[in-house]
Ligand binder design. Structure first.
Ligand code: IPM
Ligand code: MG
Length: 356
């Protein structure tokens, strides 16, 4: 099969972790006889530095003309500490999501048995936890207008907006995912306060009869934040709006022992994007110490979701699992043991793929 991908490394550790994921992608493609072609594109702070905008039109065209996008991370402290900056790297990510119509971000939480002791939670709470968060990605307070500052500069506002169409399509995905898993769907909202959340709930109630085999529950977001920590095993599929999903998935990711393990797939209308859920970790940039596994596992999601190549995806997952099992881990997971470098992890995974 022809695999034509766009590679957007971005900022901070982005280039290093994407290098490893690309190495793994190449190894899998050659093992299974696929013809891989790829092209790099600019995004984030590095794009601002080079061409003045964080998601240049060239990059957008590249994404539109590819079958999948492998994405690293964006963000740079020089912008974080300058609230007056007119152009910000994050705008690039948001523009990409919006222009590609990526309305759903799928973030699976998997626990690696050999890392149970790295979880900040007690082993008996996390052992067996396995859920997916489906985060709405192109609506809500991230994109609602008006957004801005009043003329005197002392009042600022963001607007949370959701339309029926946006809610229906993401809930549909939530029901379908639950149908393929343990058949439980949790709709997370703040319907006791927010009008948008009440519309989410109303639509979920209308849709429920079409999915009689799905157990549907509603949960306020503050309660969900608590239950993820207290009973992570009770969740199967969680569906929620953009900002709640952003926050809850960072929380959920550390349950597995490291933020560096959680991959994601952003899917919707045009080309899907595969990216780790973590940020650009600028303190580690260029040091070859960051954990590349979230990006390598995002490449696995790419094989599965963009190309429907499940065996290839499974082999990448098996390789990552085995590397962790054998203690081949970066410093975030090494504890007292030896820490491997970013590229050593990629090399190990490639070697496993070639031999298995
Ligand atoms: C994420 C990130 C982004 C988001 C930032 C970098 C804009 O935190 O993908 O979760 O908030 O969506
Ligand atoms: Mg986030």
């Amino acid at each position: 099969m022809k695999l034509n991908i766009a590679v957007l490394p971005g900022d901070g550790i982005g280039p290093e972790i994407v290098d490893e994921a690309l190495k793994v992608t190449k190894a899998v493609a050659s093992k299974f006889g696929h013809e891989l072609s790829y092209e790099f594109g600019l995004t984030g702070a590095s794009a601002i530095d080079q061409v003045g905008e964080p998601y240049p039109e060239d990059t957008h065209q590249l994404c539109m003309n590819s079958d999948a996008v492998l994405f690293g991370a964006i963000g740079d402290p020089k912008f974080d500490n300058n609230p007056k900056a007119k152009v910000r790297p994050e705008q690039g990510l948001l523009a990409m999501r919006k222009k590609l119509g990526l309305y759903a971000n799928i973030r699976p939480l998997t626990i690696f048995k050999s890392l149970l002791d790295k979880s900040p939670l007690k082993t008996e709470l996390v052992d067996g936890a396995d859920f997916v968060c489906i985060r709405e990605l192109t609506g809500g307070i991230y994109f609602g207008r008006p957004q801005g500052r009043a003329e005197d500069g002392n009042t600022a506002y963001d607007t949370c907006v959701y339309t029926r169409e946006e809610i229906e399509r993401i809930l549909k995905l939530g029901f379908e995912f639950a149908g393929k898993r343990r058949k439980k769907l949790t709709v997370v909202d703040k319907a006791n306060v927010l009008c948008t959340s009440r519309l989410w709930r109303e639509i979920a109630q209308e849709m429920a009869p079409q999915y009689p085999d799905i157990e549907l529950e509603y949960m306020f977001v503050d309660n969900a934040a608590m239950q993820i920590i207290q009973w992570p095993k009770k969740f199967d599929v969680m569906v929620t709006e953009n900002m709640f999903g952003d926050i809850l998935t960072d929380e959920a990711s550390v349950i597995s022992g490291s933020l560096g393990l959680l991959p994601s797939a952003s899917i919707g209308i045009h080309t899907s994007v595969f990216e780790p859920i973590h940020g650009s970790y600028p303190q580690a940039a260029g040091k070859n110490i960051a954990n590349p596994n979230a990006t390598i596992l995002s490449a696995a999601m790419m094989f599965e979701y963009a190309f429907n190549l499940k065996e290839e995806a499974a082999l990448i997952r098996a390789a990552v699992e085995q590397s962790i099992e054998e203690g081949v881990v970066t410093e975030d997971l090494a504890g007292e043991g030896k820490a491997c470098s970013t590229s050593e992890i990629g090399d190990w995974v490639v070697d496993y793929i070639e031999k298995n």
